[in-house]
Design a binder for this molecule. Structure first.
Ligand SMILES: [Zn+2]
Length: 74
């Protein structure tokens, strides 16, 4: 399983997640809800997820929403 390392976040522009908070850390590893690899990280809903995976999912959601919006307005 390929592990992706998120680039070091220096600044957090809108849309980026700040997961430095301990609320996003669990001592128990659980499979990421997106890629299935074990992770200590938790998403804002306390579901196991890598930060990179969650951010990608959010980006995908935004893209889908933008897509739906464009279809609606056409
Ligand atoms: Zn993942």
């Amino acid at each position: 399983m390929k592990r992706r390392r998120p680039a070091a976040a220096r600044s957090l522009p809108g849309g980026c997640l700040d997961w430095r908070d301990s609320a996003h850390w669990s001592s128990r590893e659980q499979p990421c809800r997106y890629c299935g690899s074990d992770t200590h990280l938790r998403d804002p809903k306390r579901k196991p997820a890598h930060k990179a995976c969650a951010e990608q999912a959010i980006a995908q959601q935004s893209a889908d929403m933008a897509d739906a919006y464009r279809k609606d307005t056409l």
